[in-house]
Design a protein around this ligand. Structure first.
Ligand code: A3P
Length: 306
């Protein structure tokens, strides 16, 4: 029997005619898809048991979202896993595309406890109720080079993102911080500073997840206060591997028509060090120079290979 995929009303017929413009919003490059609903985002009412998954785009948001979903709801009715795409289970808080429910509406309507909510906002723009409610936050960061490559391919295939143009132009833009959600450098270091003072935040690295997913799942469980039997944790760890998620229609984004998989799939490579296939020697040298300057005031350290 074929399972019917549950989607946001209007989602499957959603076609965008042109790519959005980038503009400065609260000092951050944004498109209107993430600012149109700003009053509701700013005033969003978080709950103490909410779990906010925060990332710079392309750092492993979907991966961690799916891990958390399985940890909390993996034993629930199979319909959840078989018919609800991950973007329905874990609403994208600031996302607002005409014709479909906004992230705040989806989050308000979530029947689950906890609610899993995704954001790409830099730390200073996170709605204040999350801090007031002392909600738990899972931040995932990915090294700048792989993050830039992944974001470039994503912008090529996602018609809801600005046109990235050629790789060299895109890389310059990335170094200038003129991407949707602003500079990678400030995002990862801003959240890193927050982690020093806000104890309900776990700062994770994409590279660690690739290196040993099971270990990171265990780390997440202890942060969340979950005692999941080892056998179940192992099952989850297996189910969230790249190939499994790429085959899974509920996690591979194949149900979203704004993405053109003929250009590039959402689940693209899932590797650490793929940047070496795109960066030229000269681009790499320039990138390293810029990196040193931009990251001179932070202690957060990344691995560009494992
Ligand atoms: P690549 O484009 O390098 O392949 P986000 O969910 O934040 O948009 O991040 C998407 C990136 O995470 C993509 O990177 C995607 O392939 C990778 N990813 C998603 N699930 C993964 C998994 N289970 N293992 C490794 N990488 C994964």
């Amino acid at each position: 029997m074929e399972t019917k995929i549950m989607e946001t009303p209007g989602m499957s017929s959603m076609k965008l005619t042109s790519r959005p413009e980038l503009f400065a919003f609260e000092g951050i490059s944004m498109t209107h898809y993430f600012t149109d609903n700003w009053e509701k985002v700013k005033n969003f009412q978080a709950r103490p048991d909410d779990i906010l998954i925060a990332t710079y785009p392309k750092a492993g948001t979907t991966w961690v979202s799916y891990i958390l979903d399985l940890l909390y709801f993996g034993n629930d009715a199979p319909e959840r896993q078989n018919s609800q795409p991950i973007y329905m289970r874990v609403p994208f808080l600031e996302c607002c595309i005409q014709g479909i429910p906004s992230g705040t509406e989806l989050a308000d309507d979530l029947p689950t406890s906890p609610r899993l909510i995704k954001t790409h906002l830099p730390v200073q723009l996170v709605p204040k109720s999350f801090w007031e409610q002392n909600s738990k936050i899972v931040y995932v960061a990915r090294n700048a080079k792989d993050n830039a490559v992944s974001y470039f391919h994503f912008d090529r295939m996602n018609m809801a993102q600005p046109e990235p143009r050629d790789w060299n132009t895109y890389l310059q833009t990335f170094m200038e911080g003129k991407n949707v959600f602003g500079p990678w450098y400030d995002h990862v270091s801003g959240w890193w500073e927050k982690e020093q003072t806000y104890s309900n935040l776990i700062y994770m690295f994409y590279e660690d997840l690739v290196e040993d997913t099971g270990r990171e799942v265990e780390r997440l469980c202890s942060f969340l206060g979950l005692s999941i039997p080892a056998e179940q944790r192992e099952k989850i760890t297996k189910g969230v591997q790249f190939d499994a998620m790429k085959q899974n229609k509920m996690t591979n984004y194949s149900t979203l028509p704004v993405m053109d998989f003929k250009i590039s799939p959402f689940m693209r490579k899932g590797k650490v060090g793929d940047w070496k296939n795109l960066f030229t020697v000269a681009q790499n040298e320039q990138f390293d120079e810029v990196y040193k300057v931009k990251m001179k005031n932070t202690t957060v350290k990344f691995r560009t290979e494992i």
